[in-house]
Design a binder for this molecule. Sequence first.
Ligand SMILES: Nc1ncnc2c1ncn2[C@@H]1O[C@H](COP(=O)(O)OP(=O)(O)OP(=O)(O)O)[C@@H](O)[C@H]1O
Ligand SMILES: [Mg+2]
Length: 582
Amino acid sequence: MQIAIILISSFLVVSSIIGITSVMGIRTSNANFVEIAEREIPKVRAVSEMQIYAKEAAKNVVDYNGLNIPEAKTDFRKNVEGFRTLSTVYSDLSQNDAERTVFSRLDKVFIDFEKSGYELINIQDAQNAKIDNAVKLIDDKMKVILDDLRKNLNPSEPDFAKKQEALQEMEISISELISAVRAYTVHPAELLASGIDDSTDNFTHYQREFLNTQVTGEEKTRMALMNKYFESLQSLTQEIIALEDKQPSLVSQFGGYDDRLEKILDDELEPMVISRINQVEDKVLNTASATFMAFIASAVLATALGLAISRSISKPIAKMRDAANQIAKGNLDVQLKVGGAGEISSLSKSFNTMVDKIKAQDKAQKEFISVASHEIRSPIQPILSYADLAKKGHISQDEAWTSVLAQARRLQHLSNDILYVTRIEGGDLTYTIRRVKINEIINEVISNEKVNLRGTTTLDANLDKNIEIEADKDRITQVLTNVLGNAVKFTKDGKIRVETHILPGKSKVEIKISDTAGGIPKEIIPKLFGKFVTKNVGAEVQHGTGLGLFISKAIVTAHKGEISGYNNEGGATFTIILPIRQ
Ligand SMILES: Nc1ncnc2c1ncn2[C@@H]1O[C@H](COP(=O)(O)OP(=O)(O)OP(=O)(O)O)[C@@H](O)[C@H]1O
Ligand SMILES: [Mg+2]
């Protein structure tokens, strides 16, 4: 029981350790995984998307401002909004102090970046508006005047060809002027600036050429108006160039913000978030290896425990095996040291008890054999002596036969008793239980024993109702023959009385045999029903082998009855109680 408890409890302890550590490990790993999944990974995603939006927005500004791509303006707005959304996502996720500082810096730089981007876009819008105005001025006013002048020319006048050429050149000049201005806003190169100047000079030159011919009053008025428009065009052109020339500093300011934005995102925020993930990953790995170590430690512990337990069991069992082998060889002086777990200790105790019992039985058997062989030898010697004496003629044949017969009967009686004892001890004595009339058995035994009465001894019987009992008739006869036989044997000139009583309740019958032989010798009373317990009663040698009462007790006990013997005044009383039903 104890081994089982030790095994179960050690198993429970070890599995609890494994279980708890694993659960703790898994919980920690789980918490760390959740931390990565819920906070760090969205952060990484937010940072990388912010990087993309910022790059796109910067490109949009360049596209709109530098290349005048119209969609770039709406794209810039979309990308700025995208950046803002992700920045809100990021700021909603929990951060440490360092992250918060970097993030607030990022926010500030982005405000500048956005402001500066819109400033450049607005400038481009203003440029475009001015160019539109210039185109309108050329198309709606100046070209209309040129057309009117051309229509009113008279082919017959001498300066017709000259005037026509001047008007043509003027138109070309303003077209070239507006193309150069347009080109300058996209690419403010020196060559284009001089192209603007050249066109202006051309226009002025051909205007003068026209006025140097014979002009009509009408033509003069129209040219004066043209002059006014041209001045407006020139000032618009100057404004466009001036705005264009202002842009590089704004562009470089914008580029600065863009660089800072990129730097914060790429070099500060992103490494920070990634290092957080690495830290959490390390934590997960550490927990995993701690869990693994705990598992290994538990396994080692379990193995050690198992070995210790199996050793504590197998060692005493091996000792027992050796002891059993010794007993098998006939050496009964083996004793096991009682120790170890509960079961082992009780097994050792049982083993020792078993060895003690075997020893006692062995001793009793040896004693029995030695006494029995001595008893068997005793009648043989007189048989040989009487036979020898008769043969030599020293005694009469009759005398010799009488003695030889007596000793042969003794030998027969003895060998029968020894056989009974052997059967009783081996559990081989069988009983044939039948319904028998108790008084009939008693009377039979009395009439048999009467012939042996000595001297003036009387034998009286006072029997209760002749009831039937369940018993083995021969065996009960054997018991009564011995007990009454003892009384007859030991009584000389006395009184023997046999009584029966059906006891109250009518389930038992009591048989009482008393005599006046002098009583059971005191020294044998404690072992009266033992083997070979025999003693003279009175001066005459009357005792036998001392097996009679031993066999009697065994038979009565097998009938679930009781037998006892005690002394009364002047003699002994033996009581046998037998149950009526078995
Ligand atoms: N009625 C009796 N009065 C006095 N002593 C008795 C009486 N019956 C038995 N004993 C004592 O008890 C002893 C044992 O009796 P038990 O019948 O066992 O053996 P036994 O008569 O000596 O020999 P066995 O019966 O084997 O021939 C006797 O030897 C005797 O000393
Ligand atoms: Mg006897």
